[in-house]
Ligand binder design. Sequence first.
Ligand code: URA
Length: 239
Amino acid sequence: MRLDRLLANSGCGSRNDVRSMIKKGRVTVNGTVITDPSAHISESDTLLIDGTPVRTASKLYFIFDKPDGVLTAMEDKRLPTVNDYIPANLKNLKLSPVGRLDYHTTGLLIITNDGELSHRLTSPKYEIPKVYRVRFQGDPVTEYEAEECRKGVILTDTDTPVRLRPCSIVPTGDDSCEITLYEGKTHEVRRLMAHFDKSVIELRRVSIGSIKLSEGSEPGTLTELSDDEISSLLRATGL
Ligand code: URA
């Protein structure tokens, strides 16, 4: 779509207003100043006016509280997926979950069609904290284990040892704790707990960066993010 049309459609001003902004060099596309109003822009491009992200009408952002027993996928022949919770009027908008929660993990998934944000939220480069509440079987979390997490645990449950990024583990009871990770290795919480001879009974993600599930949140609910929440995610990922 033409740059001037996309900006006007997104509520940034009349076609004449946005043409004048573009010609004055106030608009960047993926970090480059574009002064041609007829430049062709794709829906996944990142647009800024005077350094402020433009939320194009076609980009959508939701919080989903994933229930137990649902696959983090948009399609599966046998099992329920996140797609089953997306209403008909939002289908075909290329929405997909950011990152992955295990089949039995519940809680916060961000669902969007903003590919760049999705990539950045899952990249360890941006160090977006993800907080998990864990109930487990095993001895209570010790200060030694907390210190190991701060230093960076080396997992030896596969052929090649895996060094985890420093993370935090805080006991919240004798059989519960809160873990904050800054990356998303496969089954990372379950493997970290197994490393400390604990097995996870319940795992729930409660936040990603500044986005938090509300305390009474019901698994299965899909809620659109507010403009402030979207801006804060975009800022945290340098967009
Ligand atoms: N770590 C896990 O082990 N499982 C998840 O679903 C998320 C993080």
